[in-house]
Unconditional design. Structure first.
Lengths: 257, 257
């Protein structure tokens, strides 16, 4: 989350995950971690995420709060054809504009032949706020849309990931954040003071400490994140030396929690 | 999200997931779905969740906003012994109180013999805001704590789940929300209008429609949620009949997205 010295301001995004099914615990969201990693490659830092229910006023208020506060806002969920899909309506309300049937979205939806009553429902998915643009959907299904700094994407991971792959040209990011990680079978308490000292010497790099508990023992993964690769490598060497000084082997693999 | 008619107001919770590792995409949160289901059994509805970074001002502001807005607030993460564990400090700041070394938490932490410099770091985990109470940690590790309507729990899922198992006596919930679900190999568009009609006839039950895409075809899971079991069963029967009328078989299993 640190600014770098070279006039390269951090570009910050907020994700709004819309859906009762995530809040009820029925569905486990996997879109946040995916989008965070993809945005990072575009030089955009995921700075916050919110999970909110399918309630109009909550969605409208959250969108307005977040689009004022962050450079980009990405919503997932609620853009299907059923009664509980109200994201487009809510974004239009938030921007104070009407929805209209986007001709290109309509054309895509009409490609699939279905009975007219079914088409009526499906055409809900062609509604875009006035002033909005489509987000391509490489799966061939209905597109998403963007308006201002708000991007409305599908909740189904496969579709959301396809839409994300088309975002590159629409996003003005900064420098991508890079990471280095190193693990050791140590308790956090053993290294807490040293880590704090090292963090203080590298204020531009974010140093996270993540304990893990595995069948073969407990330990910690140390993750450095920042835009300056050289600094990251120096810091990693320093942390590796600190671990060696404790008489413990460090390892490169940093999976786990 | 609906109030029931029998004077049983909905008790609403917000979860605050604290940690750069979730926002960077490195770690996939699994605590939200777990806590949502456990709270539901205590009659508490998860009404919102936020994922925020390890930044003091963001944590303090989010806690103050959420504790004013929801009946309960649950935080996960940031209660370990390292420099990036600042949840206790932030909650104390949010409540305008000091931290103190809680004698019972200190006693638990001192049970494990470690060198004095390591103990100094570990004792960070015994700091509790003045006026707070401990949340037991059945794994034998350091406890969490609560103050007012805010509950600070561990981020490591195993520990968080153990702490959650002790919450029952501390929470005053309403009636648990129950669910019924039914699936069919249909597109959402085919049933959108019927679902909307059915939802309108059962305003106290939340009806969600969740499309899935599997190797053997695409379909939809329909999930009904509400506190009144009898109503749920009647509504489910009605939806099953609607699917049968389309000449499609429904199924009970409602896993998938």
């Amino acid at each position: 989350m640190n600014n770098t010295a070279n006039n390269n301001p951090v570009v910050r995004a907020c994700m709004i995950i819309i859906g009762n099914e995530i809040l009820s615990g029925r569905t486990q969201d996997s879109n946040l971690s995916y989008l965070a990693r993809e945005l990072n490659e575009l030089g955009v830092v995921m700075a916050e995420a919110r999970v909110i229910p399918d309630i109009e006023q909550v969605i409208v208020d959250t969108i307005n709060e977040c689009r004022a506060q962050f450079d980009y806002v990405f919503t997932t969920g609620g853009i299907g054809p059923t009664h509980d899909d109200i994201t487009a309506d809510c974004i239009a309300l938030a921007f104070g504009v009407e929805l209209y049937l986007h001709p290109q979205a309509e054309e895509i939806i009409r490609r699939r032949q279905v009975p007219e009553n079914v088409m009526t429902s499906r055409l809900r998915m062609a509604r875009v706020p006035v002033g909005g643009e489509l987000i391509d959907n490489p799966t061939g299904g209905p597109p998403g849309f963007s308006i201002g700094n708000v991007f409305a994407m599908a909740g189904v991971p496969m579709v959301m990931q396809a839409m994300t792959s088309t975002l590159g040209s629409k996003i003005n990011g900064g420098k991508p954040v890079r990471s280095r990680s190193i693990g050791a079978y140590l308790s956090e308490g053993q290294i807490a003071q040293s880590l704090s000292d090292i963090q203080n010497r590298y204020p531009d790099i974010e140093l996270g400490s993540y304990p893990f508990y595995r069948d073969d023992g407990f330990g910690v993964n140390l993750v450095m994140r920042g835009t300056e690769v050289e600094q990251l490598d120096i810091m990693k060497t320093e942390i590796a030396a600190m671990i060696t000084d404790l008489g413990v082997e460090s390892f490169e693999d940093a999976e786990g929690n």
